[in-house]
Every structure is written in structure tokens, then in C-alpha cells.
Design a protein around this ligand. Structure first.
Ligand SMILES: Nc1ncnc2c1ncn2[C@@H]1O[C@H](COP(=O)(O)OP(=O)(O)OP(=O)(O)O)[C@@H](O)[C@H]1O
Length: 231
């Protein structure tokens, strides 16, 4: 199976003045093409830290992350930013949409940053917003959307460049259970459609069980890997 991302012996210790906080210790695993992985763990166990490292948003104290065989942390800041823009999508618990832009503009943004012409970028964004059921909300700004709608815009934005990998941090954490299930189902459906690998941090074991694989972090270490339901 083709590997998209290899996480090799990752350790992370935060240094804050005289205080050292060891968070992750010797974490190794790989994400295969089109594979869906859930990362579980109690509050403070290091899930977000690991996700940030996988996405090149934070660097490990030791170890490396290889994306398509390329060491991410040996890249210059600009090449790492380009890799993130072209090959990765990010979804957070609180959507992180740009307040002053419409839904359409928010979704088109990664394509524009990637160098696509505005007309093409808007066409792609519009098509994806239609797929997530928001063709009637293209011109709405985030404040005029419901929580579930904002999260669907965030999903469209994460997938618009057809990334190899989407990283999501509690993407349904601020939604009611039923809306969370719907948003999650949409996320999985689109990831399958685009053949996108998907790593999600969640507290929700029920949702995690729907993924191909579950990794659990306890005291900074990966302690259990269980197979979820087959897709
Ligand atoms: N910049 C930082 N400096 C020092 N310690 C930090 C820093 N960022 C995170 N930590 C510590 O690292 C640990 C792991 O944090 P992280 O956010 O990765 O946990 P988490 O598993 O995602 O938690 P939650 O489920 O509550 O969001 C926490 O104990 C936190 O206090």
C-alpha cells in the first residue's frame, strides 16, 4: 500500500523557561493512501500537538515526518508552506474561516494562494459548496451561517485543492451530536471521493470506530492500535 505520510520516532518536549513538558515520546506510524485514521486520547495527552507536527505547523524535538518520502522538517519555510497548501487540508474545531470573506471566497482562497486564476478558483469553490449542500449560501459571511454550515464550508475549503491528506482536530467538537454525525459522514464521503487520506483527532469513540484505524495516545505514547469497522 502506498504511504502518504510516515511519522518516525517523534518526540516533543515544550521548553517554557525552566519548565520542560514532555508531551510525545517515540511516536511512529504511517498513513497510507486513502486511509482514514482516528487519534484518540484523554485531554492533554498530546493529540493536537501530534496533529500540528504531522501538518508541519509545529516541529518535533526528535524524529521526523516524511511526506511522500520527503522529510518535512528539512524543507525551507516557504517550501513547507507550499507543500501544506498544495497537498494538505486542515479542519479545526472552530472552523477558522476568515470573517470578512464570503463562504465562496473562503473556499476559493487555497486555490488562489496556489496560483489558480480567480475565475477557476471560484468555479471549483462553487462546485464544492454545492456538494456540501450550501449552493444557497455562497455569499454569506461566516457570522451569517450556522455552526454546521460553517463546518461544511471548512470541509469544502480543506478539500478544494484535492489534497492527498486532510488533518482534522475535533472537527465536530462544537456541534450537537446529530449535526456532528452528518458533518462527519460528509467528510468521510468526500475524502473517499477525492481519494484523500484523513487523520482526525477526536474524543468520540463512536465516530472513531467508523475509521479504518484508531491510534490511542496515553502518556505521550501510542499504546493501542485497533481496527475500526471496514468501510
Ligand atoms: N506551547 C506549549 N508550552 C508548554 N506546554 C504545552 C504547549 N502546548 C501544549 N502544551 C502541553 O502539552 C500537553 C498536550 O497538549 P495537546 O493540546 O496536544 O493535548 P490534547 O490531547 O490535544 O488535549 P485536548 O484533548 O484537551 O485538546 C498539555 O499538557 C499542554 O499543557
Amino acid at each position: 500500500m502506498q504511504e502518504i505520510l510516515v511519522c518516525r520516532d517523534i518526540s516533543k518536549t515544550y521548553h517554557d523557561g525552566a519548565v520542560d513538558t514532555a508531551v510525545l515520546s517515540d511516536i511512529s506510524f504511517q498513513v497510507n493512501a486513502a486511509e482514514h485514521i482516528a487519534i484518540l486520547g484523554s485531554s492533554g495527552s498530546g493529540k493536537s500537538t501530534l496533529l500540528h507536527i504531522l501538518g508541519g505547523l509545529d516541529s518535533p524535538t526528535h524524529g521526523d515526518v516524511l511526506f511522500h518520502g520527503q522529510s518535512m522538517f528539512s524543507l525551507s519555510a516557504s517550501r513547507l508552506a507550499a507543500l501544506r497548501n498544495q497537498h494538505m487540508g486542515f479542519i479545526y474545531q472552530f472552523h477558522h474561516l476568515l470573517a470578512e470573506f464570503t463562504a465562496l471566497e473562503n473556499v476559493a482562497m487555497p486555490c488562489l494562494i496556489g496560483g489558480l486564476r480567480p475565475t477557476q478558483a471560484k468555479q471549483k469553490a462553487s462546485a464544492l459548496l454545492e456538494r456540501v449542500g450550501l449552493s444557497h449560501r455562497l455569499k454569506h459571511k461566516p457570522a451569517a451561517l450556522s455552526g454546521g454550515e460553517r463546518q461544511r464550508v471548512a470541509i469544502a475549503r480543506a478539500l478544494v485543492c484535492e489534497p492527498a491528506l486532510v488533518l482534522a482536530d475535533e472537527p465536530t467538537g462544537n456541534l450537537d451530536h446529530q449535526t456532528g454525525i452528518q458533518v462527519y459522514a460528509l467528510l468521510r464521503e468526500l475524502s473517499h471521493e477525492f481519494n484523500t487520506s484523513f487523520v482526525v483527532v477526536t474524543h468520540d469513540r463512536e465516530l472513531a470506530a467508523q475509521m479504518d484505524r484508531t491510534l490511542t495516545i496515553v502518556d505521550g505514547q501510542l499504546t493501542a492500535t485497533s481496527i475500526g469497522h471496514e468501510q
